[in-house]
Design a protein around this ligand. Structure first.
Ligand SMILES: [Zn+2]
Length: 111
């Protein structure tokens, strides 16, 4: 069954794929774009690679070739936000700051 692009929403670390039979039902694919994605449908729970994972992989590849990675930019922005407004837990804050610095360097290098 063919899943239209509009039925797939990729957000952060997961992708939501609308069921083609029951439109209210949504499957969640974790680790989108990776062959090691995890879906919560029954077919995937039996250890198979389901149509939702295939769709998300295809969509990621398609988007990756047509436009720059927006998700990396959003990830970077989220890290910078954390840097400016750090959580109280110092371990998380240290981790966030080191990630943000790494990310900033990576972004500056590619510009
Ligand atoms: Zn699935």
């Amino acid at each position: 069954m063919k899943i239209p692009d509009s039925d797939v929403v990729i957000q952060g670390g997961c992708a939501k794929v609308a069921d083609q039979l029951v439109k209210d039902k949504v499957y969640v694919v974790w680790n989108p774009g990776s062959q090691f994605g995890i879906c919560n449908c029954t077919w995937a729970e039996m250890g198979n690679t389901c149509e939702h994972m295939f769709k998300v992989i295809n969509l990621c590849r398609k988007r990756g070739s047509t436009m720059p990675s927006i998700s990396i930019f959003q990830y970077h922005k989220a890290l910078i936000d954390m840097l400016h407004c750090p959580p109280h837990d110092s371990l998380i804050r240290d981790h966030a700051i080191s990630l943000a610095v790494l990310c900033t360097e990576a972004v500056e290098c590619t510009c």
